[in-house]
Each structure stands twice: as C-alpha cells, then as structure tokens.
Write a protein that binds this ligand. Structure first.
Ligand code: BTN
Length: 270
C-alpha cells in the first residue's frame, strides 16, 4: 500500500466512533461504482436511518450538477449516509447546509484549520475545496422517504494527484499539514459533528444555525456572478435565508438563489 493509504474497515471506524446512531451500522467496500448509488439501493430495501456506506475507491463517483467525483484509491473519504428525516422535502437544501457546517467544524477542530462553507454545501479552506456533499432524495408527495447524503473529503491526496484544473482550487488534510491522516479518525470526527448538526436541525430547524452558517461563509460580502434567465448577473452576497437560499444584492434588487451555481468574482475580473 502506498504511503498515506490505510484501510477503512468497519472495525477501524467503530472503535473510534462516538455517535449515537450515525455509522453504527456500516458497509465497507474496497471498490464500488458510487456509495450514493449503493446507499439508495440499501435504503429502498429498508436499511435504517444513520447507516453508513464507505468505500476506498469509486469507479463512478458522482458530483453535483451531473459531474463526476474522482478520487485516487485509498487516499480520501468517500461515504454516504442513509437518512430518514421527519421534515418536509423542501427542507433538504437547508439540511445539507447544516451538514456542511458540521464537516467544516470537524475539520477545523481536528486538523486544525480554518475551514468554512461555500454555498450551498462545499467545505473550503482559504478558497480551496476540501469536501463536497451530494444529497439525493426519494420523496412521496411532501414527505422524504429517504435521503442519501454522500460526502467526499480530501484527506491524504497529494497536490500532484489532483486533476490539473483542481490543482489550484483544491486542498486536503495532507496538503494543509504535510502529514498523513488516519481516515477512520477523520471519518469518526465528521460523523460526530454531522450527527450533532442533524439533531440540532431536527430540534430547532435551520434558522437556529443560519447565523453560524453565515459567519462561516467565505463569500459573505464578496462579489459573485451566476446565470439567470439566460444572462449573467453579478452581485454581493449578504446572507443566507431561513430556508437555506443564498441572499445576493444585485443592481436589480435583492435575490434569493436556490439552484444557481455561484462563482466568486475576483477583483481583477470586475
Ligand atoms: C460535489 O460535487 O461537490 C459533491 C461531491 C460528492 C462526492 C461524494 S463521494 C461519496 C458519495 N458517492 C458519490 O458518488 N458521491 C458522493
């Protein structure tokens, strides 16, 4: 095994786990097409809330907006949680925001580093992405029958292993600290924090966390651009709405974004 790779066997994870439910039931695979795909299959077959699917390698890892998620075998964390949330299907966006806040907190405490969120649910350190979340849900009417939250975290990936376009936009625990990290330890820390986020969300809803999310938002007060109705709109991020939408002040007025991909406008591009 190359340096910086370790095995993520369920026993390794369980011995470090401090959660009530998240990850207590776990499926480990050396290789799978996508942990989200397998987790959906398990959820459809009745797998319970909080169960974890984790893999060392994905051959068809999925990212947001139909992109792929590439990760060298054995370096990073690739996992999905099966959830059966009580709330309405409309709450999925703000729930994933709550999760990204939990991931940022876990990485900030453990590494330690100054991890923040990039709306909606990336986690970044000084503008470089360290983790991404893909939520996929199955709904019946207004109810969510199950929600799969798939999370990829760059743990031991070397700078030269990132694809060219990501080399100056991504980072890992290794590139931040110059040392290898035990992935089971990082996973256990993240599971604990996202379980706390989930419990708080279930108890008090996203509004109770909106201020923390806002404070952790790297693009707060910054200029961004996004596509809307066939044109490019630019504006300044001023906050996050109680339902998780991103609030942007534009020349045409205040807009709340839900679907749009937001790109930071660097000063020299203005
Ligand atoms: C993003 O585009 O930022 C979201 C990336 C999510 C990747 C993770 S890796 C584990 C899980 N399985 C997948 O196929 N995707 C998610």
């Amino acid at each position: 095994m190359p340096r910086g790779t370790d095995l993520l066997l369920p026993g390794e994870i369980r011995s470090r786990l401090d959660t009530r439910l998240f990850g207590r039931r776990a499926y480990y695979l050396p290789e799978v097409d996508s942990t989200n795909r397998l987790a959906s299959e398990l959820a459809r077959a009745g797998e319970s809330h909080g169960s974890l699917v984790v893999a060392d390698h994905q051959t068809g890892g999925r990212g947001r907006r139909d992109r792929s998620w590439e990760s060298p075998a054995g370096r990073n964390l690739l996992f999905s949680l099966i959830l059966r949330p009580e709330g309405s299907a409309r709450e999925v966006l703000s729930l994933t925001l709550a999760f990204s806040l939990g991931i940022a907190r876990a990485l900030s405490d453990l590494v330690p580093t100054n991890a923040g969120v990039k709306w909606p649910n990336d986690v970044e350190v000084e503008g470089r992405k360290i983790a991404g979340t893909l939520a996929e849900s199955s709904t019946r009417g207004e109810r969510t029958t199950y929600l799969i939250v798939g999370i990829g975290v760059n743990v031991n990936e070397r700078l030269e292993e990132f694809g060219g376009e990501f080399r100056d936009r991504a980072c890992s625990c290794y590139t931040l600290t110059g040392r290898d990290w035990n992935r089971a330890e990082v996973l256990a820390a993240i599971l604990l924090q996202i379980e706390k986020s989930y419990d708080e969300f279930a108890r008090a809803g996203f509004p109770s966390m909106a201020d923390r999310y806002k404070l952790s938002l790297g693009i707060l007060g910054k200029r961004v651009r996004f596509e809307r109705r066939g044109g490019t709109v630019a504006g300044t991020v001023t906050g996050v709405a109680p339902d998780g939408g991103l609030v942007v002040e534009t020349p045409g007025g205040t807009l709340t974004l839900y679907e749009e991909e937001v790109v930071r406008v660097r000063e020299e591009q203005r």
